[in-house]
Design a protein around this ligand. Structure first.
Ligand code: SAH
Length: 459
C-alpha cells in the first residue's frame, strides 16, 4: 500500500528547523518527514511553501521567518547562498565550525562509533577571500561581458563582481581582463546556441609568490585581436606571469577542454606551502585554501609522529604537496597518483626543493598498494587523501596487509571516511586520536578531517 505523505505540494505550513544538511540546507520535520530549505537555520521557526514532494523527503521555500537564530548573520547578500558559492554565509563563523564538528560526530554515531571523539574544528582567522583559484563562467548581459555564477541547480546566471571567498586580487584581475576582451570584440559563450567565444575565465594566484595565472577558456581556437589582448592584459596586470588559452569545444559542464596553449609568460606559477616551493600548472590539482592547507599538513605530519627514520606511502599524492612535506621528516616517501601530469609536477617539485628521498608512480593507488605490498615494502606510515568517494575495500586490505604502525587519513567527505574507518577497524586498526576537522572551505558546508589509525597491540 502506498504510504500517505504528511505534506502535499504547494501546501503552506509552519515548522521549526531542526538540523542542517551536509549541503547547508535547513531541515524541517513534519511527522518524521524531512523538508529541505535554503537559508534556514536550526532553531528558527519558519513558514514554508512546499515546492516538491518526494517519497522520502521534499523541498520547501521559506516564505516567512517567524523567529531568528542567534547564530544568523546578515549583510553579505543572499546571492552567495543562492549560487552555492557560500551556502553557509548566513551562519556565524563560530557556529559554522561547530556545525562541521557535529556533522562528523553525527555520522559516527549513526555508524555506532559514538565513542570516537571529534575535536573542535580548526578554523580560519579571516574566513573570506581565501580561495587561490577561481573558475568563473562569462555570459553577455546587456551587451557586456559579465562574470558571475549559476543559481544552484539551474542555468540561471547571476552576475557577480565580488566573489566573497576568492582572493580579492583574483576578483580584480577578472574585471580587468573582461574589460580588455570586451574592447577587443570578444563575445561571450551562449549555452543555448553553443556559439560565441569566451566560456570561462580561470585565475590562480600564489598566496606567497603573488604570481597570477590567467586562462581564457574559449569555444574554438579563435580569439579575435589576440595580439592586442595579450599585450593589454600583460600591461594592465603586471603580476600576470602566465597567460593561457584553453579550448573547450564540447557542450558540457566540464570547464577545461583538452587543449591548452601559452599566450604569454610561463606555463605555470610557483607558490609555497610550509616553506616548500611548488610549480602549479593550469590543470594541476592544488589545494585552494593555502593558509588552512598549511595547518592541515602540519597536523597530519604531527599526528604521523615522524622522526626521520620512517618509510611513508602517500597514496593520492597529486603534485606531491604532502609527500614533500613528509619527506623532510622521513627516510623515504613513495607517492602514487592517477594523473600523469601531476606526477611529472611532483617529480619536478621534489627536485626544485632538493629532496632525493622520494619515488613517484603513475597509476591507480589500489594497484600500486598491492604491488608495493608484493615487493615487500614495509611502510611505517601510510597516508591517504582520496577524492570524495573514499577508499576501495581492496586498497584498505592491501594497506592493512603491509601492517604500517599508523595510517593517516585526510578526508574531504566524512560519510566515506566513516565507512572506511569501519573497514580498517575490522582489519585490526583503531582510531587512536580524536578526529580533527580542519576548515578548508569557510562559508560552505564542506568538511575536511584528519584521522589517525594505529595497529592494535596483540594481547
Ligand atoms: N594529496 C594531494 C591531492 C589530494 S586530491 C594534495 O593534498 O594536494 C586527490 C588526488 O587523488 C587527486 O590528485 C586525484 O587525481 C587522485 N586520484 C583519484 N583517484 C585516484 C586513484 N584511483 N589512484 C590514485 N590517485 C587517484
Amino acid at each position: 500500500m502506498k504510504r500517505k505523505l504528511p505534506v502535499v505540494k504547494n501546501q503552506k505550513l509552519e515548522a521549526t528547523i531542526v538540523d542542517l544538511t551536509y549541503q547547508g540546507m535547513g531541515v524541517a520535520k513534519v511527522e518524521g518527514y524531512s523538508l529541505f530549505c535554503d537559508d534556514a537555520l536550526p532553531g528558527e521557526k519558519v513558514k514554508l511553501h512546499v515546492l516538491k514532494v518526494g517519497k522520502n523527503f521534499g523541498y520547501a521555500k521559506v516564505i516567512e521567518r517567524l523567529t531568528t537564530s542567534p547564530d544568523r548573520v546578515t549583510g553579505k547578500g543572499k546571492a552567495y547562498s543562492q549560487t552555492g558559492i557560500a551556502p553557509l554565509q548566513h551562519l556565524a563563523y563560530p557556529a559554522q565550525l561547530k556545525f562541521k564538528q557535529k556533522l562528523v560526530s553525527d555520522l559516527l554515531q549513526k555508524a555506532h562509533l559514538a565513542d570516537l571523539a571529534v575535536e573542535q574544528t580548526l578554523g580560519m582567522a579571516e574566513p573570506y577571500a581565501y580561495r587561490n583559484k577561481a573558475q568563473v563562467p562569462v555570459r553577455e548581459i546587456n551587451g557586456k561581458l559579465t562574470a558571475g555564477f549559476f543559481k544552484r541547480g539551474s542555468h540561471n546566471f547571476l552576475p557577480l563582481t565580488d566573489f566573497l571567498i576568492q582572493d580579492k586580487r583574483i576578483d580584480e584581475v577578472i574585471q580587468k581582463v573582461l574589460a580588455i576582451l570586451q574592447k577587443n570584440q570578444v563575445t561571450a559563450y551562449d549555452e543555448a546556441t553553443h556559439s560565441g567565444i569566451l566560456r570561462h575565465i580561470m585565475v590562480r594566484r600564489g598566496h606567497y609568490s603573488k604570481e597570477v595565472m590567467v586562462v581564457l577558456v574559449t569555444r574554438t581556437n579563435k580569439l579575435p585581436n589576440k595580439e592586442a589582448i595579450v599585450n593589454e592584459i600583460m600591461a594592465a596586470c603586471p603580476d600576470v606571469v602566465s597567460l593561457q588559452q584553453n579550448i573547450n569545444s564540447k557542450q558540457t559542464n566540464v570547464i577545461l577542454g583538452d587543449k591548452t596553449q601559452v599566450l604569454a609568460g610561463k606555463e605555470y606559477i610557483t607558490d609555497q606551502l610550509n616553506g616548500l616551493k611548488f610549480e602549479i600548472s593550469a590543470r594541476s590539482f592544488y589545494q585552494v585554501n593555502p593558509t588552512q592547507t598549511e595547518k592541515l599538513y602540519q597536523e597530519a605530519i604531527k599526528r604521523a609522529g615522524l622522526t626521520g627514520n620512517e618509510t611513508v606511502i602517500d597514496a593520492y599524492c597529486g603534485i606531491g604537496t604532502i609527500s614533500l612535506s613528509m619527506a623532510k621528516h622521513a627516510k623515504k616517501v613513495y607517492g602514487v597518483e592517477i594523473v600523469e601530469a601531476a606526477i611529472a609536477d611532483a617529480k619536478k617539485n621534489a627536485a626544485l626543493n632538493n629532496l632525493d628521498n622520494l619515488e613517484f608512480e603513475v597509476g591507480n593507488a589500489e594497484d600500486w598498494m598491492a604491488t608495493w605490498q608484493e615487493q615487500g615494502i614495509k611502510p611505517d606510515v601510510i597516508m591517504v587523501d582520496p577524492p570524495r568517494k573514499g577508499l576501495t575495500q581492496s586498497l584498505i586490505e592491501s594497506a592493512a596487509k603491509m601492517q604500517p604502525k599508523k595510517i593517516v587519513y585526510v578526508s574531504c567527505n566524512p560519510a566515506t571516511l566513516v565507512r572506511d574507518l569501519q573497514s580498517f577497524m575490522e582489519l585490526g586498526y583503531d582510531v587512536t586520536q580524536p578526529i580533527l576537522p580542519v576548515d578548508q572551505f569557510p562559508q560552505t558546508a564542506h568538511v575536511e578531517t584528519v584521522t589517525v589509525l594505529e595497529r592494535k597491540k596483540r594481547e
